[in-house]
Design a protein around this ligand. Structure first.
Ligand code: MN
Length: 735
């Protein structure tokens, strides 16, 4: 906390706004003695004039807030654009100033940054959730072009949290929650370790006041023991490193309250079971000495297996590098050791903000910075998401800090969130790999696609051209990239299907009811579409195809004198076993062209084959399901009469229908031979065949999948099999 923050003593002792600006100026002057600070003063004067008369919740002049935000930025040694933005960050949101004014007075960069940190006006969107989602989205977009937006936003958030005390309880909670869910993880992903730590610890006090008080009390009780132990450890480390000639700075600390709390909660342990409550940090001069120091530590104390992590060889996605180990310390107390170079230390503390540190002639981060790449991807994946709730929840998934490191067969590291699946892995490699993924090998063995990956897994994705993702994947994937891509593919194919179904459905019903669609103008059609809230005919067709309403409803609007309003659905008791296709309507039905037709599919429950009486049912989003008329499900489905559609086998439909048979036989030699001979005689292909013994001593079961052209062929095959001696029973199996 900057030393100039208003002390919480009497108001008279608080420095004036003008004093605070002088202090800010002095602190900037310290690290850039030669720079012209006119722009800083200009921004200050502009902001002070606009905020004139405004007060914070605490009763202080509002201008104190932007000044202390900027002071934080100055303490982080940020560049002039950042500092000007800090002073001006609230003028557009809270005063009459406009972005155009900022641009005219302070230039393009400052205007862009101020625009990025400005929340959306309360008038723009209905709900607070929508506003929050849109504000975050807007900030992310602005961040991609200028990362200074987020650096200023972080400083703003820090000061707001430090002064949260004067706000009502409900508001405190909301701000703390948003910080934990969005700002702290973003700080983490951008490598701003120090800011993240402070954001989390401050929010923790407001989110879990009791747990936080409890924990601090425990910390307090242990304080003397811990400090004594850390002092002893520090001394030992320094002595041993010096003996080995390793130059090093040694720091000790007690782990931060919030991260301890998370550990306690997640692992259901008590404070004395936290391995890394006490931590030692060794900062040395070279990578070589990092490993040398690790050796020294392991020589002195026994390492705890599985706790050694080499983030130097494999940096975290936020570019964090260090060696970590936990060892058994004096008196059996565990402690953690982090070993890193000065450069690694700087990156761990400041992250991306290090790029914007004031330095002559230095520009912003390299465009290929991994952390920027992560941001760009994040923004790209979330760009098309319209639903604010969905946007926020997938954003949170991406910000989730736990990671799994898996490898491609070529050794490339793929970083995924915890519990990620091979499907996530496939999408992380490339969208096409994900879309065409049919299976996966982990460490050389085939695994289910829904299995979870672990650190160090080598994953090989099996693909097949033309393969499409399954809806079930949505339930198992952990990354929003995978989720969005899968949804996109499914929605696109389903919508295309629905449009086609809807179109035909309308034509068929029009013919049946004697409405001539050709005589209806485009304008008429479009006006009916818009009556239903659709801008385009295509959307209306899709809605029909999804079964949202019946074509009869539409036709009634188009030709009210020809079409009577839809009758109420027939009650369930209305003898559904009767044939549904009256003879006089049979020429009006949709033809089933074959199993490859996108429009229709044969229902799995009854798997009808050509020649059997069938009926169609418009499903929600999957096309027309064609059931056998004798299927049990039909009776359950058809009480929604509006969605029934007449179908028939097209005369030309040639093709092979797979049919599964289960044949119960005596268990005797030659059975299979006789069976296959019978099938060859009937010119029937066998797709698969598997014999097994049944429970009874002399019984066998043969599972077979055949390909038949139609019902007649199936009947012939079945009677041929029945004639074989030793065959006891034949069942047709569906699914
Ligand atoms: Mn602010």
């Amino acid at each position: 906390m900057p030393s100039s923050a208003p002390p919480d003593t009497t108001p008279a002792a608080a420095p004036s706004v003008e004093d605070l600006f002088r202090e800010l100026e002095a602190s900037v002057r310290k690290f850039r003695p030669n720079e012209d600070l006119t722009p800083l003063e200009k921004a200050y004067r502009f902001a002070a004039a606009r905020h004139e008369g405004q007060k914070r919740a605490s009763g202080e002049p509002y201008m104190i807030h932007p000044l202390l935000v900027t002071r934080q930025l100055a303490d982080m040694h940020m560049d002039m654009t950042c500092l000007e933005t800090g002073l001006l960050h609230d003028v557009v949101e809270d005063t009459t100033a406009t972005i155009e004014e900022i641009r005219k007075n302070f230039g393009e960069d400052v205007a862009h940054c101020v625009g990025g940190v400005t929340k959306l006006s309360k008038l723009d969107l209905a709900s607070r959730e929508e506003r929050q989602a849109e504000s975050v989205r807007k900030m992310l977009l602005a961040m991609v072009t200028d990362i200074r937006v987020i650096i200023v936003k972080m400083a703003d958030r820090l000061h707001n949290l430090r002064t949260l005390g004067s706000l009502p309880r409900e508001k405190q909670e909301r701000i703390a929650q948003e910080t934990i869910e969005i700002y702290a993880p973003i700080a983490h992903r951008l490598g701003m370790g120090k800011v993240r730590g402070e954001l989390e610890d401050l929010s923790f006090q407001y989110l879990e006041p009791e747990a936080s008080r409890e924990l601090l009390k425990e910390f307090e009780a242990q304080h003397q023991t811990n400090e004594a132990l850390l002092k002893e450890i520090k001394h030992t480390v320094e002595v041993h490193l010096a003996r080995e000639g390793i130059p090093a700075r040694v720091e000790t600390r007690v782990k931060r309250a919030y991260s301890v709390y998370q550990k306690l909660k997640r692992q259901k342990i008590t404070l004395d079971q936290v391995y890394d409550l006490l931590a030692v940090r060794i900062i040395t001069d070279s990578v070589k000495n990092c490993y040398a120091a690790l050796g020294v530590i392991h020589n002195e104390w026994h390492p705890i297996p599985g706790r050694i992590k080499d983030f130097i060889a494999i940096p975290r996605p936020n570019l964090y590098q260090s060696l970590h180990t936990s060892v058994m310390g004096p008196g059996g107390r565990h402690f953690e050791v982090q070993i890193r170079t000065e450069e690694m230390h700087r990156i761990a503390e400041e992250g991306i903000a290090a790029h914007w540190k004031y330095k002559e002639g230095r520009k912003g981060p390299a465009v290929d910075d991994q952390r920027i790449a992560w941001l760009r991807q994040l923004v790209e994946w979330q760009r098309d998401m319209r639903d604010p709730g969905e946007f926020m929840s997938t954003l949170k998934v991406d910000l989730y800090p736990e990671e799994v490191y898996a490898f491609t067969p070529m050794g490339k590291v793929i970083v995924l969130p915890r519990d990620a699946t091979p499907i996530d892995f496939a999408y992380a490699i490339h969208s096409d790999v994900g879309t065409h993924c049919t299976g996966a090998k982990v460490n050389g063995r085939i695994v289910p696609l829904k299995s979870t990956l672990r650190n160090g897994d080598v994953v090989e994705i099996l693909t097949q051209a033309g393969h499409l993702p399954s809806k079930d994947w949505l339930a198992v994937v952990k990354t929003s990239k995978a989720r969005n891509k899968i949804k996109h593919v499914i929605n696109t194919t389903e919508r295309a299907k629905a449009i086609e179904i809807g179109q035909k459905y309308l034509q068929v019903e029009a013919r049946r009811l004697g409405v001539r669609l050709s005589e209806i103008t485009k304008a008429q059609l479009e006006s009916v579409a818009s009556e239903y809230g659709y801008g385009k005919m295509e959307d209306l067709h899709a809605a029909l195809g999804y079964g949202k309403f019946s074509p009869r409803q539409i036709l009634q609007k188009l030709a009210p004198d020809q079409v009577l309003p839809p009758e109420p659905a027939a009650p369930e008791t209305a003898a559904p076993t009767q044939p549904v296709v009256p003879a006089d309507k049979q020429d009006l039905v949709i033809k089933v062209k074959g199993i490859d037709d996108l429009l229709v599919y044969r229902a799995k429950c009854c798997n009808p084959i050509k020649g059997e009486p069938i009926v169609g049912y418009v499903t929600r989003g999957k096309g027309v399901a064609v059931h056998s008329l004798s299927c049990n499900n039909v009776q359950n489905l058809m009480y929604e009469a509006e969605r029934k559609i007449d179908v028939e086998w097209a005369r030309s439909s040639a093709g092979a229908f797979p049919v599964k048979l289960m044949i119960h036989t005596e268990d005797k030699p030659g059975m299979l031979n006789q069976l296959t001979t019978a099938l060859v005689n009937e010119q029937t292909n066998i797709r698969s065949l598997e014999a097994r013994t049944d429970g009874a001593p002399d019984a066998a079961v043969i599972d077979m999948t055949l390909e038949v052209r139609d019902k007649k062929q199936l009947e012939r095959v079945v009677s041929a099999i029945r004639r074989i001696s030793g065959v006891r029973d034949i069942e047709r199996v569906n699914q």
